[in-house]
Ligand binder design. Structure first.
Ligand code: NAD
Length: 512
């Protein structure tokens, strides 16, 4: 069980970040909006800043600035453009610990998880720095006929924007903008209104690296800003990450306004346990998968599908034992494995779903409704402890809906095919994992599981930056995934040039 030793909280505990400004045309500017939201530290429930919900006029200013910057920026050689990414990478490495602490304070995840998210952001700067090679085209001599050569060149398109979720406030915008600007586009970031402080700090560093004004912009806000981005005629493409409901809307609304859209959406991920799984290692892995980041991860495990009675008995016992050892508290307290969820309303929604699970007849194996919070001073925090339901059936609400909190469901099936059917019938398709030591079983799963990211003995199959990332079904709307080579296709337009140069024997000599 959790220890109750007192912990000395570090000074950031009291940090107040003031009112988070926008960043437009190379300068921080306060929004003119009078619609102000408070930003809470979810571990303490205390206000740590405020943010104004910007207006469509402010989005227009950002879009005009980005458009004005575009012509010079696209003419800046890629080799010069990426120097700014290198500089930012170095600044982020210097400020690494501060950045991680800010993520923990505004989002709640543990310091270790926050560090991981900052590292993942930096990884995108590194990969996008390969842009001079990545965006090369190709050509073919005599491609159409003798003397007619063909070539494909990639060109930037103009202004792009991303709309970001609350669960990785530092990392998610890095999935997109480093590739966009390295390829010669200009950019607008719309952070989540629930935790916009990390992006404010990133933009302080962006200001420090001295990018030309207008290349990178940030507008804070909610639906009004999102709609203004979706409707703005200067914006060529939108990358969205968030819930399925909003992702579906963004995809349709963006396409209606002639934009490229990639919308990465909600999830309900299944982890299948086979009789030959290495149970001790696997159960540790489930703790990270289901309860890491308090379950607020699009790749979080949600349903543990046990194949056979024996597996079910062993897996539920091992999972329960491991879950009961999870420490809950303020993420800055290094003893803590799991922090709070993002807000009082998220907590209320998750507790409501736990009630529904009980009403619908699932067995509450581990009850996280009143967790033992080990960090002093967190009485008002939004904590839900690790929760496990056993004997869940596919028709139950908790088996179908995305909970986005630390609530695990355990199901029992007879065969691997039964498990694959459950995965296939889920409306979501972000990730699926299998625990087995058998190569053929793993291959069958990899081949047949209907999800965009597959884990083999891995509970959070998070691709590195150089691989594409997106789900299937209601977990993704669009064609080109985020990251990897897809990012190059998304942020450039291909142009084919057919060349013929006329040979004049009188003036040009002999043609051999
Ligand atoms: P959300 O959909 O509520 O918000 C995402 C963004 O959309 C925010 O910037 C928000 O301001 C904006 N928004 C919210 N409501 C809107 C509306 N009605 N109209 C227009 N814009 C609106 O998502 P969230 O709660 O911030 O994030 C959690 C969700 O994100 C989960 O469903 C999770 O699975 C998903 N997610 C998916 C991925 C992925 O890669 N598939 C990654 C991270 C998170």
């Amino acid at each position: 069980m959790a220890t109750t030793e007192p912990v000395v909280l570090i000074p950031e505990f009291k940090a107040h970040y003031g009112s988070i400004p926008n960043f437009i045309n190379g300068a921080f500017v306060q929004s003119e909006s009078t619609r102000i939201l408070t930003i809470d530290n979810p571990a303490t429930g205390k206000e740590i800043g405020t943010v104004a919900m910007s207006t469509a006029a402010e989005v227009d200013r950002a879009a005009q600035a980005a458009q004005a910057a575009f012509q010079d920026w696209r003419r800046t050689p890629p080799q010069t453009r990426i120097q700014y990414l290198f500089k930012l990478k170095h600044l982020m490495e210097e400020r690494f610990e501060d950045l991680a602490r800010i993520v923990t304070q505004e989002h709640g995840k543990s310091l270790e998880e926050a560090r991981g998210s900052v590292m993942r952001g930096i990884e995108h700067l590194e990969v996008a720095s390969g842009m001079p090679s990545l965006m090369m085209g190709y050509n073919l001599e005599d491609g159409a006929a003798p003397g007619i050569d063909e070539e494909m060149i990639r060109q930037p398109m103009g202004v792009f924007a991303c709309i970001s979720p609350f669960n990785f406030p530092m990392m998610v915008p890095f999935w997109f903008w480093p590739y966009a600007i390295a390829a010669g586009n200009t950019y607008i970031v719309k952070p989540s209104e629930q935790d916009p402080i990390s992006q404010k700090i990133v933009f302080e560093l962006i200001e420090e690296v001295g990018l030309p004004a207008g290349v990178m912009n940030m507008v804070n806000g909610d639906k009004e800003v999102v709609d203004a981005l979706l409707h703005h005629p200067l914006i060529k493409g939108i990358s969205f990450v968030g819930s399925t409901r909003v992702g579906h809307y963004v995809y349709h609304e963006g396409a209606k306004h002639k934009k490229r859209v990639q919308a990465q959406a909600g999830a309900k991920n299944h982890l299948v346990v086979m009789p030959d799984a290495v149970m001790e290692k696997a159960s540790q892995n489930w703790i990270n998968s289901f309860f890491g980041c308090a379950g607020e991860r699009c790749l979080a495990g949600s349903v543990l599908v046990c194949v056979g009675d024996e597996v079910h008995a062993q897996a539920s016992a091992a999972f329960k034992e491991a879950a009961e050892k999870v420490t809950v508290g303020y993420g800055l307290d290094e003893r803590v494995f799991m922090g709070p969820v993002i807000s009082a309303s998220a907590k209320a929604r998750i507790l409501g779903l736990i009630e529904t699970g009980i009403e619908e007849g699932a067995t509450l194996l581990v009850d996280g409704r009143n967790p033992d919070v080990i960090t002093p001073g967190c009485e008002e925090g939004y904590f839900v402890g690790p929760t496990i339901f056993d004997n869940v059936t596919p028709d139950m609400t908790i088996a179908k809906e995305e909970i986005f909190g630390p609530v695990a469901c355990i199901m029992k099936v007879e065969t691997l095919d039964d498990a694959l059917k459950i995965i296939d019938e889920s409306p979501f398709g972000n990730a699926a994992s299998i625990y087995t030591q058998d190569g053929f079983t793993a291959r069958k799963f990899k081949y047949e599981a209907n999800a965009g990211n597959i884990g083999i003995n891995i509970g959070v199959p998070a691709a590195m930056a150089y691989f594409p990332f997106a789900g299937r079904k209601d977990s993704f709307f669009g064609d080109l995934h985020g990251m990897g080579r897809d990012a190059i296709d998304f942020f450039t337009d291909k142009k084919v040039v057919v060349n013929r140069w006329i040979w004049d024997p009188k003036t040009m000599g002999t043609w051999s």
